[in-house]
Design a protein around this ligand. Structure first.
Ligand code: SAH
Length: 188
């Protein structure tokens, strides 16, 4: 029926519009400092809602969501390890493991979130065993953000980064810079 066709067309156009708005906000997040990201979501709360719906739509199309791999990894290790999830989104990690998980994001998508800029999290130095950035290593002040992860990690703790390969201009330079911050690559 024509009405069914136009409803389907409308749904398809809305999905494309959402994807475009997601890409636009995503690009803004990857090209501004984390402090500017705080401003963005504070001044436009709708942007956050659109971003998250678009994010879920995009990741849903991938063959694997990296957050699931991180959950599998944590389940293989001791549940006594303390985890910090930087840019936690809807807290999939905290909801999927028995560990103590500190979940940080700019806006609370879940009551489990501690709202803060991930460049400055309310945790004591050397208080966590595993720090996670799952599709969340976004600010241009990367060094500051990674130094913050380093500050809260215990000696010998684990940093896990999942990021889209095309986000790296030069993966070797990134690995070298990580080395200078005190991280040793264990697996890639
Ligand atoms: N890690 C989650 C969500 C990834 S989306 C998952 O894999 O499902 C990226 C998340 O990082 C978003 O929720 C966004 O709000 C958050 N984010 C971006 N910049 C941030 C910042 N400066 N401080 C805290 N969270 C930030």
């Amino acid at each position: 029926a024509p009405s069914g066709r136009s409803a389907a067309l409308r749904a398809r156009m809305e999905e494309r519009l959402l994807a475009a708005r997601f890409r636009y906000i995503n690009q803004q997040l990857y090209t501004s400092t984390s402090q500017e990201a705080v401003q963005l979501f504070q001044s436009d709360p709708e942007a956050f809602e659109i971003y998250h719906r678009g994010f879920a739509q995009q990741v849903g199309r991938w063959p694997e969501n990296p957050v699931h791999r991180i959950v599998r990894y944590l389940r293989r290790r001791s549940a006594s390890l303390v985890v910090a999830d930087f840019g936690c989104g809807d807290c999939k990690i905290a909801r999927s493991v028995r560990n103590k998980v500190h979940s940080f994001d700019l806006v609370p998508l879940s009551p489990l979130v501690t709202v803060c800029d991930m460049a400055k999290v309310p945790l004591a130095a050397e208080s966590v065993d595993v720090a996670v950035f799952c599709l969340a290593l976004m600010g241009t002040n990367l060094q500051e953000i990674l130094e913050e992860a380093n500050r809260v990690l215990k000696q010998g703790g684990t940093l896990m980064v999942a990021e889209v390969a095309s986000r790296f201009e030069d993966i070797r330079a990134f690995m070298n810079a990580m080395g200078q911050l005190g991280f040793k690559s264990v697996s890639k």
